[in-house]
Design a protein around this ligand. Structure first.
Ligand SMILES: [Zn+2]
Length: 231
């Protein structure tokens, strides 16, 4: 694809590892082409371990470190975390404010996030944190971040209104855009394997992942619902 004037992408995910699973291949491709890629993780990652000896603060710290390492492996420029409780994310003004602030700060051409459908491909239920993140992100992109009258206090902090040009939703029922990330398959696996607290227990994770991403014709594809914002 042609590189736009502002080659900046922002991945907005609910939990550590979501953005990597959803878009880690394409993000690695973009980073290798010189794009500045940022990650925003909307919860603190304090849930989802079967380890009864794990304490919550330690889990939060471990998940952060893992996401930071995964981002380094993908060539991502920066990763930020919001302090919202994992498993309890709701879409409210505060979440919208946090996401709008981040969009105005990073000024992305492309935003990646979760699709907001509750049931995906009749095969799994989309986590409520994912849906809250996706819904707040779409509203942040349009119309909230564009208009200086929304969260006008941002102006005082030097955060100007911003128009995102492209949205890519992963785990979608309506894919209309696919990316062949064959050159970055091993990089995506390497990035995901940094999330040892989440994928470390899975035997043969790499084999499982390669099989899952491989299309019938042998290509490795990430599929998105793509929305181009023309105005
Ligand atoms: Zn998640």
């Amino acid at each position: 694809m042609t590189t736009p004037e502002s080659a900046i992408a922002l991945v907005i995910a609910a939990h550590p590892d979501d953005g990597d699973f959803g878009a880690g291949g394409y993000c690695s491709v973009l980073a290798s082409q010189g794009w500045e890629v940022h990650f925003l993780v909307c919860t603190n990652g304090a849930k989802g371990t079967a380890d009864r000896t794990m304490n919550r603060d330690r889990l939060i710290a471990i998940r952060r470190e893992e996401q930071e390492e995964a981002c380094r492996r993908m060539g991502v420029r920066g990763v930020h975390f919001l302090d919202n409780e994992d498993g309890e994310l709701v879409y409210d003004r505060r979440l919208l404010d946090q996401i709008v602030r981040h969009i105005r700060w990073t000024r992305p051409h492309t935003v990646f996030t979760h699709d907001t459908d509750q049931v995906v491909r009749d095969s799994f239920i989309n986590h409520p944190d994912h849906r809250a993140t996706g819904t707040a992100t779409l509203d942040a992109v349009y119309p909230t971040a564009r208009d200086h009258l929304n969260f006008p206090e941002h102006l005082e902090e030097g955060l100007e209104p911003h128009k995102v040009r492209e949205i890519l939703l992963w785990s979608t029922n309506h894919p209309n855009f696919e990316v062949d990330f064959g050159e970055m398959v091993e990089r995506k696996i390497y990035a995901l394997s940094a999330h040892a607290s989440q994928v470390g227990g899975q035997k043969d994770f790499a084999t499982f992942a390669r099989d899952r991403w491989k299309a019938d014709d042998g290509r490795y594809l990430e599929r998105f619902r793509r929305i181009e914002l023309g105005f």
